[in-house]
Write a protein that binds this ligand. Structure first.
Ligand code: FEO
Length: 400
């Protein structure tokens, strides 16, 4: 096992797959699992970079023993304290009581707060280094990617960037650990979903971090989730750069909430009009059926968003309101938005989405369209005009 999971020189992957947990952070679906990556450098001094979630501790400790035998672990480098990475820290310290816990000054209150550990701390600052023998590590503080204490560790000897959550993605590592061993399209989708769900709110900090580590000679990117990028690390770096600048592709995401099918009928009609105009990437989501996780991921990918809702107790339909709240919270910018919906004895659906549009500041395309009881000729005509306007704008932005 040691040989197959060798990253480079004396650096080994000791991560684990989690296919049992249903929801990441008890909210985001994990239908395709997730990997918690950890790494060990078996040098004169032994260093481990981050741990794994508590449900995998036994398997994790076995992996460490397989590589270092009876040698002690000298350092645990804590790039990030979220419990999916720090969950085995206490068990590791119990196994290796002399182990120093390396973090920055913002790391240690988290360690004490979560696990009651108050000893063995080894504080490092931005740009500090640590010699392990052959390997020399330097520390780069990258706060708020994704928590205040987050930092990246760079191995100057092997040119490996241990980037914690940054450059990570959902999806268990099913045999393939490295970027040259996997189905790239699957992991691109799962990585964008992870980015939009977990990291996106901190996009400006991601941009700051990219600039900070941009001067390093990075030959391997080793994140705490998803594949290890040893053949084309520039690919994942450029994807994170693109997503954190809110850059989008040609396409339309239509999201609707509908109790009895009238708003759904409007969504399908609009989608057909847009497709007739030659836009191939058109996605339609029933917000009551598809988890916000997947909707957010596609909205992060495509430029145009159309939101539809029936009126529900004088408000936006609940499942659509949940999606809007996630949009607000994610900080996504630079999207087109259009609005439609249906009402009967009260309004509140369309006007509620209009209020959201005003607040979020995306550019609105077309007038809001609201049917009464059910869509009729006037609304279908308005949807036709709207579909053509959306497609025309996209064709201008993305000429063939
Ligand atoms: Fe994978 Fe922010 O933890």
């Amino acid at each position: 096992m040691e040989c197959r999971l060798n990253i480079k020189d004396k650096i080994h992957w000791i991560g684990v797959n989690d296919r049992e947990t249903t929801l990441f952070e008890n909210y985001w679906p994990l239908e395709k699992g997730v990997a918690y990556n950890s790494y060990i450098i078996n040098d004169d001094k032994v260093a481990i970079l981050d741990t794994v979630k508590f449900n995998k501790t036994t398997e994790y400790l076995e992996k460490i023993k397989e590589i270092i035998g009876d040698k002690p672990v000298d350092y645990l480098i804590v790039n990030h304290m979220e419990p999916d990475h720090s969950g085995s820290m206490l068990a590791l310290l119990s196994t290796y009581p002399e182990m120093k816990i390396v973090g920055n000054k913002k790391t240690f209150p988290f360690i004490e707060g979560f696990y009651g550990i108050t000893k063995n701390f080894y504080e490092v600052g931005d740009g500090d280094s640590l010699e392990l023998g052959h390997h020399k590590l330097t520390f780069h503080l990258t706060p708020m990617v994704h928590w205040p204490e987050t930092m990246m560790t760079y191995d100057e000897t092997s040119k490996v960037l241990f980037s914690m959550d940054a450059f990570g993605g959902f999806g268990s590592l099913d045999g393939g650990i490295f970027d040259d061993e996997i189905n790239y399209e699957f992991y691109e989708d799962e990585t964008r979903r992870y980015y939009s769900n977990i990291v996106a709110k901190y996009s400006p900090m991601v941009q700051r971090a990219l600039k900070k580590v941009g001067s390093l000679d990075i030959q391997i990117v080793a994140p705490t989730h998803g594949p290890v990028w040893r053949t084309n690390p520039g690919e994942i770096i450029s994807l994170y750069d693109k997503w954190s600048r809110f850059e989008a592709e040609e396409g339309v995401v239509i999201i609707y909430g509908s109790m009895y099918g009238n708003t759904a009928k409007m969504a399908d009609y609009l989608a057909r009009i847009i497709a007739e105009q030659g836009i191939k990437n058109v996605k339609v989501f029933d917000a009551s059926k598809t988890h916000t996780s997947y909707i957010l991921s596609d909205v992060w990918k495509y430029k145009s968003v159309v939101i539809g809702s029936c009126a529900y107790n004088t408000k936006v339909f609940s499942s659509v309101a949940t999606v809007l709240e996630k949009f607000r919270n994610s900080g996504l910018k630079d999207r087109y938005v259009s609005v439609f919906g249906n009402k009967s004895w009260s309004g509140g659906g369309v006007s509620g989405i209009d209020a959201f549009v005003e607040e979020i500041g995306w550019e609105k395309i077309g007038q809001s369209i609201e049917a009464t009881y059910s869509p009729k000729e006037a609304e279908f005509k308005a949807l036709q005009e709207l579909g053509k306007e959306i497609a025309a704008r996209l064709k201008t932005d993305y000429p063939e």
